[in-house]
Ligand binder design. Structure first.
Ligand code: MRU
Length: 342
């Protein structure tokens, strides 16, 4: 269905009445969309990761607020506060979710609930423009190699994780469009396999060469000189530049430092949380033990074994070569002073 149309990947779409989400839980085996008609259904879609990735969650939550406004009876602002609280309970780490809900609540208070649909559309369209700017800024700082670039990424920070184009994969797309990319190495990203399932799917969809690696293989590839730079996304970046991203990212950053490979974090300003001094304050989501215990329903561990499943880790600023935003690339320690004034 999606592949036949060959349109640009848009994980969250609004048709004037309800939302249409690409169901990311069934890719790459099945390319299907799901209609989301209530705010509660949107909260469930975020929690169950039908839609995932920090900016995409923010966009989806914005439309959840639009759906909430449609459902309101009695005091619409009181209802929207409740819907906002419901959406904010879904996933704790990606700050874009909280940013989008608060932006929608502020608009509802200032202009009335009827202004929310246009605001959600603005958030969606801004995010695509933002990702394209991130892609171009990121490309400008990538190493100038004699051959085309081999980039490693972790998780999925692509079109599927944003309104479209992607952050880390935005840099990949800009490099590909400029004929500067040889291939992407995509860590499979256990336990949920966003790299193997989603990054690989969307790069194949766009005809960009991709090689999937088990997470254990990154050190080998770096040591063999197969990787020119690492580019990853982020779910929340603290004021000092510490960056939370999918579990495993910190390990990749440590490897990149050891092997002298530049490590870039690509994220919009809506992912930067200046209220948090450093990464220790970033809330880390813990998910169901089943994600680790089993793959596609096949149980791997003895039932007596306990499971720990933190969904994100924090990469210390000291391991990050630069943070790529829509307004330029910054050293982590310069991020806070470069932030746009509210
Ligand atoms: O648990 P997920 O799949 O929502 O985690 C996603 C990531 O960690 C992404 O790398 C991050 O949100 C950046 S998306 C542009």
């Amino acid at each position: 269905m999606l592949t036949q149309a060959k349109t640009e990947i848009r994980p969250v779409q609004w048709n004037g009445q309800f939302c249409v989400l690409i169901d990311q839980t069934v890719l790459p085996h099945s390319e299907k969309t799901i209609e989301i008609r209530t705010a509660e259904a949107m909260a469930t879609a975020i929690k169950t990761m039908i839609v995932r990735g920090a900016p995409a969650i923010g966009v989806a939550a914005a439309f959840g607020m639009v759906l909430g406004a449609q459902e309101a009876q009695g005091d619409p602002l009181a209802h929207l506060e409740k819907v906002g609280a419901l959406l904010k309970q879904t996933r704790p780490t990606a700050v874009n979710l909280f940013w989008a809900v608060d932006r929608m609540l502020n608009v509802a208070k200032a202009l009335g609930p009827q202004a929310l649909e246009a605001e959600a559309m603005a958030i969606l369209e801004e995010d695509i423009r933002t990702c394209k700017a991130i892609g171009d800024h990121g490309l400008a700082v990538l190493p100038k190699t004699p051959n085309r670039l081999r980039l490693l990424t972790h998780c999925n920070a692509g079109a599927l994780a944003t309104a479209g184009y992607g952050t880390a994969l935005g840099v990949v797309r800009s490099a590909w469009n400029a004929n500067r990319l040889e291939r992407v190495y995509a860590d499979e990203t256990r336990p949920r396999l966003q790299g193997a399932r989603l990054t690989a799917w969307e790069l194949v969809y766009d005809g960009i060469p991709v090689t999937v690696l088990a997470d254990t293989m990154a050190a080998h590839c770096m040591g063999r000189g197969m990787i020119d730079a690492v580019v990853v996304g982020a779910d929340r970046i603290a004021a000092n530049g510490d960056a939370a991203n999918k579990i495993g990212t910190c390990g990749v950053a440590i490897l990149a430092k050891y092997f002298g490979i530049p490590f870039y974090v690509a994220a919009p300003w809506s992912t930067v949380d200046l209220a948090l001094a450093d990464g220790t304050a970033i809330p880390i989501e813990e998910r169901s033990e089943t994600e680790v215990r089993a793959i596609d329903g096949t149980v791997l561990c003895p039932s007596g074994a306990e499971i720990y499943n933190p969904a994100f880790d924090v990469t210390p600023a000291a391991l990050i070569t630069g943070i790529v935003t829509e307004s330029g690339v910054f050293l982590p320690e310069k991020l806070a002073s470069a932030a746009p004034k509210p």
